[in-house]
Design a protein around this ligand. Structure first.
Ligand SMILES: Cc1ncc(C[n+]2csc(CCOP(=O)(O)OP(=O)(O)O)c2C)c(N)n1
Length: 826
């Protein structure tokens, strides 16, 4: 028996030694009365086929309207905590308040239905108990001193939550339905059931909690990591005791919860140091249907919540038609989160009154269930009867209030923002680019040396690895101007100088602390005790904070998390690094739906940086391309920046520019692999002291070039080497360091400068259907002022690169040959 096992056994409560009680604690949820319509049924189990007083007492607790899964949790303290809460008498519920909430929830939906017939609203009817559930959770959070809550949810019941939990006036929601000013948001904006909202929740204890309902796309569950990242940023801002103050409450549909991997990836991050938020509260708004799909088609398990059991956390199933039990479970869940800093899941089982949306007829696919549903009274009626109350006066009052709100809506701003951004966004702006946004990013050499020396230092008693020691010695030489600076050092100096100036830096990605290519070494590891020393945390007294995290092996959730973090920490440089650039497509939803479109849809800015290793080096189809073409296709109206710095100094300036400008735009950087260390891409201290990032690096030529090769990234250095070999001195080579926003003026000036050029040639490593070719060709043709523009590239291909290293070399050689093939170049 392991030590942990022994501890578990000895700590077990007395009752656990009763096999009857133990069986009900373990399996009771399978016979609990959880489904208001009775479709779920009970599982027959020999363990529970027992009789007697003990069995009846245990059955009452564990097979009532609450079904708890917690016996899979190894920690006895946690099991006992749950057990104690469930086995003690239920606290009295505030029934008057619950009744009012249920009436409000349902009448709100009915008013929307009558007024805006034929409009989608994704009604909460059938799950109205969500409102008292959230109320219980937030009230309990207020008792634990929570100051803020970040809520994430999809379409179902969202408008209802906006009004009854976030506290937005109903008039604002009505105004969204009016949609009378489409011209103001032509081509932009988002539908009403996706936009975010902020407000105040007034708790019973007199405190209030600032609520942030996160904006989200239709892509179910994609908001999960984003909301968590936002919580983490808010907690980081607060510092000590932050997990007490900011809590995540996330709602999920049952089909989405079971089906979407991003949620599984997000849950996996819960206990990982760089990503934990002190536990999040999850609610499955479980109507036992997904669009037209029934549970047995949605998941392989009885409950959609089963995925939650990948972590040792409790799952509370509760019948949505027992609002007292719902409120009780809400409180237990919240308190569990606070007690153990753990995620917790509430599975609120109800039904869906209408079709998937209100324009959908569910009787076509679920005729029997919907026959039952049509005959089923609304929850407020059931509850009023149960508690012996007359709900009619409340119904009347709520209707009158909503009538007034609807009139008010006609007077309101056509498109009310529904939210207020925190003051830390005041200093930043989005919108279109203009050159006045630029700031100098150069750093004086003496300052670079001072920071570089700090980065090469470590404590006397630190046992350093011989290879790292050598690397730090080289970095020291770089800092002192005795050795050319490589990309690794340029990045460290960019971070170090920013930290010293007060800009915090957060970097996360797979193996990012060391760096996939052994280039970063952000954390030094003591070879005798594996303790960490992080030089960037010791740059200068009073510096800003620095964090580097090795992430879980996920792209979607980690990029989502960092995007979320950037949304609540605009002052920080927040970077996500893909192991190789092509893996970024695992995060495609986050890229498409948040990173590139967040400003257009929600007017929400982000300065998140994506570091995507890119370059054709013969490593095969999957380690060559970060898919430049895809990012360029996503670019419009200056929504993102797409850059490929070709030297260490350019990378240094680019990172600093991102932090120091007030313009907050996501930055996509195609980062090097072999070029990390090649002399051609290394830089001098003077180049780091130069004023700014150069969007175009022109040729030093004197204007006598008869042809100009245009390129971006590593191939440019290969072209330069080939030009030397061929002594092709009448060929100029121009690097496009920024692809988007397209530096039209800079490139036009450079092309015009080569007045004698007879042709321009775009040279890229990528196949014809990839890379920047399609994006650039029309632009280059425009700037060439009638002179011909050719292109050199690999043949169009279904996969980005060949699997054969030798074939790669042959192809690469052909590219270089073709680039210089025209005799006019000689
Ligand atoms: C990733 C993704 N795939 C498909 C859809 C289309 N879709 C919208 S709602 C829905 C059903 C969702 O069911 P469930 O999660 O149970 O939530 P409910 O609508 O029942 O509240 C589907 C498939 C989507 N929005 N997102």
């Amino acid at each position: 028996m392991s030590r942990q096992q022994a501890a578990i056994e000895t700590a077990a409560p007395k009752e656990a030694q009763s096999p009857v009680w133990d069986a009900f604690r373990r399996w009771g949820y399978l016979q609990a009365n959880l489904d208001p319509l009775g479709d779920l049924g009970a599982v027959e189990l020999p363990e529970l086929a027992v009789s007697g007083a003990q069995a009846e007492a245990a059955r009452k607790i564990y097979c009532g309207t609450i079904g708890a899964e917690f016996m899979h949790i190894p920690d006895p303290a946690r099991r006992q905590w749950v057990q104690k809460r469930l086995e003690s008498e239920a606290p009295a519920a505030d029934r008057e308040k619950i009744l009012e909430e249920l009436v409000r929830a349902e009448i709100f939906e009915q008013v929307l239905q009558t007024r805006y017939l034929g409009t989608k609203r994704y009604s909460l009817e059938g799950e109205a108990a969500l409102i008292p559930l959230l109320d219980a959770i937030l009230n309990a959070a207020a008792e634990h001193d929570a100051q803020q809550a970040v809520l994430a949810m999809s379409h179902r019941g969202r408008l209802n939550v906006m009004v009854h939990v976030v506290g937005r006036p109903a008039a604002e929601v009505f105004a969204k339905f009016e949609d009378v000013d489409p011209r103001s948001i032509l081509g932009g904006g988002d539908v009403k059931y996706h936009i975010g909202a902020t407000g105040e929740f007034s708790a019973a204890n007199g405190r209030s909690i600032a609520i942030h309902l996160a904006s989200n796309p239709s892509h179910l569950e994609a908001v999960d990591p984003v909301a968590n990242g936002r919580v983490r940023a808010k907690q980081t801002r607060i510092g000590e005791n932050a997990a007490q103050q900011v809590v995540a409450v996330m709602m999920h549909g049952d089909a989405a919860f079971a089906g979407q991997g991003v949620w599984a990836e997000t849950l996996n991050m819960a206990g990982v140091e760089g990503y934990s938020v002190g536990g999040s509260v999850h609610i499955i708004v479980n109507n036992l249907i997904g669009f037209t799909t029934v549970p047995r088609e949605s998941h392989s398990s009885r409950f959609s919540s089963d995925l939650g059991k990948r972590l040792p956390i409790p799952i509370f199933h509760v019948n949505a038609e027992d609002p007292d039990a719902v409120a009780r479970v809400g409180r237990i869940a919240l308190e569990y989160r606070y007690e153990f800093s753990s995620p917790v899941i509430v599975d609120l089982i109800g039904y869906r009154k209408h079709g998937h949306s209100e324009v959908d007829d569910p009787t076509i696919t679920q005729p029997l269930r919907y026959k039952k549903i049509q005959e089923h009274p609304p929850l407020w009626q059931i509850y009023a009867q149960k508690i012996g109350a007359n709900a009619e006066p409340i119904v009347e009052r709520v209707r009158q209030e909503l009538d007034a709100a609807q009139k008010e809506a006609e007077e309101l701003e056509k498109n009310p923002p529904m939210r207020k951004l925190p003051a830390y966004w005041d200093a930043y702006r989005g919108g279109r680019y203009n050159p006045t946004l630029e700031v100098d990013t150069g750093v004086p050499a003496a300052e670079l040396t001072a920071v570089g020396e700090a980065l090469a230092a470590y404590p006397n008693d630190f046992h350093i690895h011989a290879k790292v020691k050598k690397l730090l010695e080289q970095r020291l030489e770089m800092a002192r101007g005795k050795r050319a600076l490589d990309f690794g050092m340029a990045e460290a100096l960019a971070f170090g100088t920013l930290l010293k100036q007060g800009t915090p830096v957060r970097l996360s990605g797979q193996d990012s602390k060391r760096g996939t290519f052994n280039q970063r070494h952000a954390a030094l590891i003591d070879i005798e005790n594996e303790s960490e020393f992080i030089p960037l945390q010791h740059v200068a007294p009073g510096q800003a904070w620095f964090e580097a995290h090795n992430s879980t092996l996920s792209e979607a959730s980690v990029l989502g998390f960092e995007y979320g973090f950037s949304r609540d920490f605009p002052e920080a440089l927040v970077l996500w690094e893909a192991q190789f650039g092509d893996f970024a497509n695992g995060a495609q939803i986050i890229i498409d739906q948040f990173v590139v479109a967040g400003e257009d849809k929600w007017n929400l800015l982000s300065g998140v940086v994506l570091l995507l290793p890119h370059g054709y080096e013969g490593q095969g189809p999957e380690h060559s391309s970060a898919r430049i073409e895809r990012f360029l296709q996503l670019a419009a109206r200056d929504n993102i920046q797409i850059c490929q710095p070709s030297t260490a100094a350019q990378y240094f300036h680019l990172l600093r520019r991102q932090a120091l400008r007030a313009w907050r735009k996501p930055l996509i950087v195609f980062t090097p692999k072999s070029m990390l260390r090649t002399p051609a891409s290394s830089s001098t201290l003077a180049e780091l002291s130069a004023p700014r990032f150069r969007m175009v690096i022109g040729d030093r030529g004197d204007g006598t070039a008869t042809r100009v090769l245009l390129c971006t990234g590593k191939i440019g250095h290969e072209l330069i080497a080939e030009r030397s070999r061929l002594k092709a001195n009448s060929t100029a080579i121009v690097f496009l360091e920024q692809l988007y926003p397209f530096p039209e003026a800079e490139l036009a000036a450079e092309m015009d400068r080569h007045a004698n050029a007879r042709e321009f040639v775009w040279v890229q490593e990528e196949p014809a259907n990839m890379g920047a070719l399609a994006f650039l060709l029309p632009r280059l043709e425009r700037l060439a002022r009638g002179r011909p523009v050719r292109s050199v590239k690999r043949s169009a291909s279904a996969s980005p690169a060949t699997g054969s290293h030798k074939a790669h070399e042959m192809e690469q050689k052909t590219l270089l040959t073709l680039a210089f093939a025209n005799p006019t170049a000689k």
